[in-house]
Design a protein around this ligand. Structure first.
Ligand code: NAP
Ligand code: F7E
Length: 341
């Protein structure tokens, strides 16, 4: 039987899992990390960077395998479960919809089912996503807005989101969801646009790369710092009543503007020339093209992100983010200047 303060984090090797582990360890909790495969140095780099790799107990956990999930849960008997494990790339969900749905959808359901039947107190945080909104239907989107996802990833997250609500309503299971807008950090995976931009711009600045390509420059996202979000997620599981909470900054910024802000953090400036696939970002000092557009990075469907209404999280969780977008970009750039990860 695990101690009453045992936290299981699925997807602990990812961005949010690493920061949440750090948060829980600081509060004195025993942290179990659910992972598929071995905790090799190349896969545990985030926890190593945070200096907590040795403090985490790893347990085998594959969300695509029901036996693996139930064995891990029965043996560890966690009191708090943070379910972060998922195929988390929206772009890749078009290439692997079945795997995305199995891990993000059915995997989450297995966890809710464990929490429902557990003979010990067990609270669950489910990582939901702003992708469940799909098309924009309100001036600001809240926990009560219409959900109409258009991507395989969004549809999968909505399945888990509705299941969480069904388990709460039907059985009183303590499962809360965070409807998470984009959150980034130095530990963000390199396949997401922010990390691709900061890492590539740093490589250009250091003369290790001449240029790089992006897809939809007009896409706008609400970017926050992941450290602020794990604080709010933790607060959710401290509430007596489980609920859904939108987490976001409330501010939308385009991919093009994110490039400009990254350039600014590196004491560079870009001039944007051309339109559509011919658009390029030119370094005003050298006249060299640094950013190009490659339609290969366009998605079959790339829904515009709505403006977020974050009043509920601020009020009920007594939460407010500590990092601005400029803080986030400076943090990412500082990291990329000294690490090639
Ligand atoms: P991440 O860095 O991609 O981490 C996801 C983790 O899930 C990885 O460690 C991965 O493990 C693990 N995983 C994937 N498939 C698995 C499977 N079948 N079984 C077990 N583990 C599996 O994602 P993140 O940015 O930390 O996001 C955390 C969660 O929040 C995800 O569920 C994501 O969908 C959701 N979310 C994130 C954002 C955001 O902006 N970051 C926004 C909304 C929602 P491997 O190391 O083995 O690949
Ligand atoms: O794309 C555009 C792309 O892959 C952001 C996940 O954490 O947040 C994340 O999903 C935007 C999109 O994140 C490139 O078309 C342009 O419009 O960084 P991203 P995402 O799709 O918003 C949601 C809320 C989640 O739940 C997800 O788990 O940027 N974009 N050029 C590009 N995107 C990528 N990846 N690469 C490019 O070259």
């Amino acid at each position: 039987m695990a101690s009453p303060s045992t936290v299981l984090i699925t997807g602990i090797l990812g961005q949010d899992g690493s920061y949440l582990a750090d948060h829980a360890l600081r509060l004195g909790y025993h942290v179990l990390g659910g992972i598929r495969g071995e905790p090799t140095p190349d896969r545990t780099w985030r926890l190593r960077h945070l200096g907590i790799h040795e403090q985490v107990s790893y347990i085998p956990f594959d969300l695509g395998n029901a036996d693996s999930i139930h064995t891990a849960l029965r043996q560890s008997q966690p009191n708090l479960i943070f379910n972060f494990a998922a195929q988390s790339s929206v772009g890749d969900s078009f290439k692997m919809p079945v795997q995305t749905a199995e891990s993000g959808g059915m995997g989450a359901l297995h966890i809710f089912e464990y929490a429902r039947t557990a003979d010990h107190p067990c609270r669950v945080f489910q990582a939901s996503s702003s992708e469940i909104f799909g098309d924009i239907t309100d001036s600001h989107h809240s926990e009560d807005s219409v959900f109409n996802p258009k991507t395989p990833y969004g549809a999968t997250k909505l399945f888990a989101h509705i299941m969480a609500e069904a388990y709460r309503a039907s059985y009183g299971t303590h499962v809360s969801t965070g409807i998470l807008f984009n959150h980034e950090s130095p530990l963000r995976g390199g396949n997401f646009v922010t990390k691709k931009i900061t890492k590539s711009m740093v490589a250009v600045k250091q003369g290790r790369m001449s240029s790089f390509s992006l897809g939809n420059l007009d896409a706008r996202r609400d970017w926050s710092h992941a450290k602020d979000f794990v604080d709010a997620m933790w607060r959710m599981l401290q509430l007596d009543q489980p609920d859904n909470f939108v987490l976001a900054s409330g501010q939308l910024t385009s991919v093009r503007e994110f490039v400009n802000l990254t350039a600014q953090a590196l004491d560079m400036k870009l001039d944007w020339q051309g339109t559509g696939t011919e658009e390029r970002g030119v370094d005003t000092k050298t006249g060299r093209t640094i950013v190009q557009v490659n339609p290969e990075y366009y998605r079959p469907y790339d829904p515009a992100q709505p403006l977020a209404d974050v009043r509920k999280a601020r009020r009920l969780l007594n939460w407010s983010p500590k990092h601005s977008l400029t803080d986030l970009i400076q943090d990412m750039v500082r990291f990329d200047l000294s690490h090639d990860i």
